[in-house]
Design a protein around this ligand. Sequence first.
Ligand code: GLY
Length: 389
Amino acid sequence: MSSRTSDVLVIGGGIIGLATAWRAAQRGLATAVVDPEPGGGAAQVAAGMLAAVTELHYGEETLLALNLESARRYPGFAAELTELTGRDLGYRRSGTLAVALDADDRAHLRELHALQQRSGLAAEWLSGRECRRLEPMLAPGVRGGLRVDGDHQIDPRRLAAALVAACERSGVVFHRAWAERLDVAGDRAVGATTADGTGLRAEQVVLAAGSLSGRLVGVPDELLPPVRPVKGQVLRLAVPPRYAPFLSRTVRAVVRGSQVYLVPRENGELVVGATSEELGWDTTVTAGGVYELLRDAHELVPGITELPLTETRAGLRPGSPDNAPLLGPSGLPGLLLATGHYRNGVLLTPVTGDVLAHALVTGELPEEARPFTPRRFAAVPLEKLEQPA
Ligand code: GLY
C-alpha cells in the first residue's frame, strides 16, 4: 500500500470541497483533494441561483445572515477566480422576480415580502401588469410579484471548472479516486484510504462529500454528519436567438405548493427547476417530475413549449436537520466538516471556502460561522469527546 502526505486532505471535490482546498492552499497549506471526478457532484445539476432573499424561510434568520454574507463576497470571489483562471463563470447580476399566479400564491408572496421587510431586505412589490412590463413572456394571469434585484445567478458548471483550474494553479494535488474510509489513529483523523488501498495521510481532513458525507466509513457513529440526500430534478432548455431575450432575469413562483424557477443564462440556456423529493439515493429522472416542472413553468411562461428541451437530470442536495450547513471542527480532532448546504451550496461556496481555511489555520471558526458548528447536533457535548483520554 502506497501512501501520500499533505497538510490538508479534502474528501469531496464538489464546489464546496474545491473552494475549501483553493483557500487552504492560498493560506500556504499543502492541500490534496480526493474525488474520482473533481468538479462533479450536485453543481452539475444546480441552477445556480444566489437567492438569499427570495429563498428566505421562517425560522431561518440565522442562515439568512450567512447567506447574505456569502452573497456579499460573491463579486470579489468571482472576480478573483476569473482573474486567476481566465474563465467566465456566467455570473449575472440580473435579479429575480418571484410571481404569484392565484390568490393563494399572492397571499404567500405577501407574507414573504413582510418577512423580507422585517429582515431589512430589499424587495419591491409589483402589480401583475408591472411584472409583465419587466418580463413580457409572463402569463397574462400573473397577479403580482416581488422584484429582488439583489438575488443574482452563476453557472455552477463553469464555477466548478474554474475552481478545479484555480486549485491546480494553486498547487492542490488531486487524487482521482473514491475515499473508501476515513483513517483514525489514537483518537485523531489521520487521512483516508482510497478504493485501491492508497493511504492518503494528512494533518487535517475536511469531509466535504455533499450528501455522501453522512456515510463515510471510519467516522465515529456519534459524529457522522446528519445529512441526507434530497433529490432535485432539473431541466435545461435552449433559447434560440430569434426568441432572445426570452427572460431577462430569474423568474420563480410557488405553484400548488411546489417551487418552480426559470433561470436564463446569457449563453441562451434556460434552466428550469426543481423537484424536491425525499427518495434516498435515487437519481432517476421521472416522467412525473419532468411533467410537473414543465406544467408549472408553462403556467408561468406559456412560451416555453416552443423551446428545445436539451437536458433532464437529477441531483442530490445534502439536506441537514435545520437546512443549514455544518462547518468546522467535527468533534474528532483532525476532522472538519463542510457539508449539509442543502439548497444553498452554490450561494454559500465563497463563505465556506473562507471559513474552512480560517478554521484549518487557526483551529477556530470565525464569528460569522459559529452558529453552524456541527456541535449543535451533538447528543453528547463535543468538548467531552475532544478531551484527551
Ligand atoms: N436552491 C434551489 C434548489 O435547491 O432547488
